[in-house]
Design a binder for this molecule. Sequence first.
Ligand SMILES: [Fe+2]
Length: 128
Amino acid sequence: MSVTAEERKVLLRSQQGELDAVKMYNALAKVVKDPKDAETFRQLAAEEGRHAAVFKALTNEVLRPKNTKAVVIPLLYRVIGKKKLYPIIARGEYDAVKKYESVAARFPEAESVRNDEQRHGDTVLGLL
Ligand SMILES: [Fe+2]
């Protein structure tokens, strides 16, 4: 399947976002007080890793995760607490559902990724 330059840009951005989410959820799992939250975030990190692999298969590019969210989100957990933070994380997941709409229409393998992000949002809100 031929991929346009614009589509490739979207796929690379998606791949990067997933990689960053792996780091972010693993970092968050290390600081949260509730063991159930920690276990959930480790599970979500593993699923984001699978998502990154889906996009990597489409881009054939190895990207490196960025640290920003892995630093900022655990910090926010300490400063504003889970009641305020988890809805922000959930909104990020729901935004990804919208963001992946066109990607999933074009690349069927991204449809399960999109469905997972919806569930992730629900799961994170379910921790409150
Ligand atoms: Fe994801």
